[in-house]
Design a protein around this ligand. Structure first.
Ligand SMILES: C[S@@+](CC[C@H](N)C(=O)[O-])C[C@H]1O[C@@H](n2cnc3c(N)ncnc32)[C@H](O)[C@@H]1O
Length: 349
């Protein structure tokens, strides 16, 4: 693996895009990972998570007049924020990035040269209390990245079985007290439906045994609602399912030598990205457990479909200037000429 610490030539210092207090995490390294240089400047690129366009803006700066950038975002506010980009090389669609393959086909893109995912929610989404992502500011308990579709956090919490709430809070929030939190939700909603973010945050804090007592939790510095809010948000937006399918579609679309750059913000996301890349980069990992026990020669193994290039964490300067970037992990991979590997073995180790 090589480290991509240097920004691309000509890259401006990371600046906050409009509407964001902080520049997007790992912007230069992620765009650097797409290797938009030489003839690749004429290529086709996809920003699957436009947000406020920090990454897209830098990609456009590196493209030639013939290069093209297609962006996706499921948030109507993010798409509206792109209205000011008057650039014939750029287009944005209000869709989930799992619409990638279909949309690319519709516009006649058989292959693309680079695909970027900057996962999770954006600062404007967290900072706007009306979106319901924040336990710090009171707002309607919504948490949908696309408020025009799907089920809000309040509707789900007010109707899901206790066992489902417990499973989501435990699995997506890695929360030890998922059982207590699910029970508290169910008894509260029997009195009146949950509707506000502050209400959920207070209820979670009260449900955690010994909360408020010194040394009651290893992560006592963290707000007690952090894990539950993360879990509910991931569930409401089906983020992990979106990621698995988005990566799979990206794989089908990348041209030989095409680059995949993915920034994850928590271990659940990063694990999916890591396993996906390993499953395509290590042919032995793509074999099922039975086939792995067969005495196969290297020449009998399928060829790697991806080459893992780099895993990058923000440096100390970026972590200081951008608190959200502390948990970010960027992974970069290069598509080879080999056919993609069947997901069977999945590299799950
Ligand atoms: C971390 S922000 C991206 C920030 C962006 N790179 C920038 O420079 O401003 C993630 C964005 O991806 C969008 N998003 C998350 N999951 C998505 C999905 N499955 N499909 C489309 N957009 C998604 C969110 O609405 C949010 O705007």
């Amino acid at each position: 693996m090589v480290s991509l610490k240097r920004p691309l030539p000509g890259a401006a210092p990371a600046a906050a895009p409009e509407g964001c207090a902080q520049p997007p995490a790992l912007r230069d390294a992620a765009v650097g990972g797409l290797a938009i240089d030489g003839p690749r400047r004429d290529g086709r690129y996809v920003d699957c998570t436009f947000g406020r366009g920090g990454h897209s803006g830098l990609i456009l700066r590196h493209l030639s007049a013939d290069g093209r950038l297609l962006a996706f975002d499921r948030d109507p506010d993010a798409v509206a924020s792109a209205a000011g980009i008057d650039d014939p090389r750029f287009a944005i669609v209000h869709e989930r990035f799992t619409g990638l393959r279909e949309h690319a086909r519709r516009i006649g893109w058989e292959r693309v040269d680079g695909i970027l995912f900057d996962l999770g929610i954006s600062s404007p989404q967290i900072d706007d209390a009306a979106r319901g992502f924040s336990f710090r500011h009171d707002g309607p308990l919504d948490m949908r990245m696309d408020p025009s579709r799907g089920v809000s956090a309040a509707d789900w919490l007010n109707s899901a079985p206790a066992e489902e709430i417990e499973r989501v809070v435990r699995d997506h929030g890695e929360e030890r007290f998922a059982f207590q939190i699910a029970q508290a939700v169910v008894s509260r909603r029997a009195e009146r439906p949950l509707s506000r973010t502050r209400e959920l945050a207070d209820l979670v804090a009260a449900a955690i045994p010994g909360h408020g007592r010194k040394g009651s939790r290893k992560d006592a510095a963290q707000d007690p609602a952090t894990r539950t809010f993360q879990a509910v948000r991931i569930h409401v937006n089906q983020e992990l399912e979106e990621l698995e399918e988005g990566l799979s579609q990206a794989m089908d679309l990348l041209a030989p030598d095409g680059r995949l750059a993915v920034i994850a913000f928590h271990s659940l996301e990063d694990r999916i990205v890591k396993r996906f890349i390993a499953g395509q980069a290590r042919p032995e990992a793509a074999l099922g457990p039975a086939a792995r026990r067969l005495p196969l020669r290297a020449s009998e193994l399928p060829l790697p479909a991806l080459e893992s290039i780099a895993r990058i964490k923000p440096g100390p300067d970026e972590m200081t200037g951008n608190t959200r970037s502390r948990s970010a992990v960027l992974r970069i991979a290069r598509r080879t000429t080999a056919p993609r590997l069947a997901p069977g073995g999945g590299g799950r180790r």
